[in-house]
Design a protein around this ligand. Sequence first.
Ligand code: KG4
Ligand code: ZN
Length: 293
Amino acid sequence: MVPELAGRAHVATIGPVIRRALDAAGLDASAPALSGIAVTSGPGLIGSLLVGLSTAKALALAWELPFVGVNHLEGHLFAPLLESSDLSWPIMTLLVSGGHSLIVLQRGPGEHEVLGETIDDAAGEAYDKVARWLGLGYPGGPEIDRLAQQGSPDALRLPVSMIGDDFDLSFSGLKTAVVRATQQHHEVALADVAASFQAALAEQLLRKLRHALERYEVAGLALAGGVAANSKLRIEVGELAREFGLELHLPTMAMCTDNAAMIAAAGVYRLAASGPSALNLSARPNWQLADVS
Ligand code: KG4
Ligand code: ZN
């Protein structure tokens, strides 16, 4: 991704996208009946964040609405819960996207403790890098997921990294192991490589998640982020929830990937809990979930 091009694309598209959303919701574009404007203020690329922030402030001023800055990862935490009513807390969440991979204990809405996170690549990043190595397109996750369903997970012996007593994750070693194994074993079919990689990655995630469930008593289990679209992960997280007798919160496909509904949901909560943000709020490109309160 080229940061400057992403920022310029935001400038070009944000106005028309907002207009289309207002039309689709049947709202009057000169004075929409809304209770506030929520916007991602971090983490992310500075140029794109500034375009969103400036637009949100301008709309809040013009429409005389409260304005609130939201953490992108807190948005992801809300995504799988949006379609569930009657939530029981606490909820253990595995948040796996192209930029982040965390295990988060949510004691209530907006009350979260980061138990562990990746020390190198994110899970989605590993999918994308392995896909590029195998000559597949971007994003790599959906293509590897599809291929893996026709392959054997036992074709390649790959390491399951970081089996320690903590809740941290690591995917960089797995990616390197796939590169090495495919260099040594040219004969292994692409589908078998995809299935072996996916099995090793899912095994690490599931082992760490199980470890967290053994340590902390919770009522629900949620999967969030772009990699929550993964078919194997959805099945295995579902089985884990059944085994531990937990409410399962699996996002629909539209709620897995980045979307504005999850930012609105987090915004509703933040507005009620802490009130509007100041209009001089700045972008925080490296804003950690652990620093959100
Ligand atoms: O949450 P997201 O849309 O964007 C970020 O905030 O990063 O996540 C995108 C990531 C990409 O790395 C993509 O390869 C991965 O989600 N992804 C998948 C699947 N669908 C998307 N990974 C594994 N299996 C999938 N089916
Ligand atoms: Zn995201």
